[in-house]
Design a protein around this ligand. Sequence first.
Ligand code: GLU
Length: 432
Amino acid sequence: MAEDQTVPEARKEQVVPEARKEQGPFEAVNQFFDEAADLVHLKDEFYDVLKTSYREIAVQVPVRTDDGGLRVFKGYRVQHNGARGPYKGGIRYHPSADLDEVRALASLMTWKTALMDLPFGGAKGGIECDPTGMSAREIESMTRRFTLSISHVLGERRDIPAPDVNTNAQVMAWMMDAYSSRYGYTPAIVTGKPLDLGGAPGREAATGRGCVYVLEAAAKRWDVNLGEATVAIQGFGNVGSWAARELHERGIKVVAVSDVSGAVYNAKGLDITALLGWAGSYRPLHDVEGCDKITNEELLELDCDVLIPAALGEVINRGNADAIRAGIIIEAANHPTTPDADKVLSDKGVRIVADILANAGGVTGSYFEWAMNIQQFRWKETQFNTELQDAMVKAFDACASFSEKRGVSLRQAAFAIGIERVARAARLRGYV
Ligand code: GLU
């Protein structure tokens, strides 16, 4: 999001993922839903009401550009299910963030918050735009206009946005300010804020760190020695870079990382500290000297023990599933694996820790931040991390036990636990 940045070629290719020709993301997520709902014998009449969204808003977002022109973007907020509490979920800025994608991601948030037993429902928002070609002023203006356009359905006890792809603490600060200018000072209206505005120490790292806590829990249960393992991470944004840092600090070998410009690879392990410094000043990984360069596609197919897709959705699909060689996949991104690919990989015995479990550290950290804001109290980062680790390990163990007992995949287990909780809440409230 640095000023004057032009759109890299690789990004343009990402606009409509190849896999979307197989199946739209909402249909894909609902395929996962159907399989899991059958496992918990969900009553037939509940399928539709639990799959469809409660409310979907599409708004026009006009932005005056720096050169005096006017651009109009499409913005969305989808509130999927609120049976267990206020709607919760991030806001993404990306060319592929159309209504179908936002709807799919909102439903994933419903199952994710329920799986983590957080007192939230599921939502997602997005603007169909490419922020890498926009200045900071244009992004601020777009953010404020979008926030005001959807503000009537937001609220600290109604719907609480957070960062997602291409949004960060600064964007949350603008959202909080825009909302507060209309309704009065409301820090709990968004999570993932800067520390100076009520953000929680630990929240920024929470998604990446949560992935590593889950990987450690998985390694313990499956008797995998992480000291001898190799890890490849696709994506070096907030989630990928924090996961890499946490792995590196534990002495676990990260052999490849990537951004939109391409991937760097070193079979002996990369110097993650140096790469964090390099990427921290917005330099493309492809320009790093002293390591082999491979493509994002090649990274996914590397001969490694653990693969962490931490970028966009649908990157593991029918086209490459056969070629994936990792034995464990930790889905740090949302919906990185299509149902077709999921089947191919599961049949091969690859163990996939699904997105709604693997990346749930983000929304769990958001819950801590929100609860702190409401109580006007702040935890130390050590407490934040301890609570986060407990929550991640507990959710992983619940999914692993369900999967072992029922002979189903970890994804099916994660969805089944989430669906059962939401169905129970909806029934008790009496609206289904
Ligand atoms: N965008 C993150 C996710 O997909 C975090 C959402 C939140 O904290 O509300 O889980």
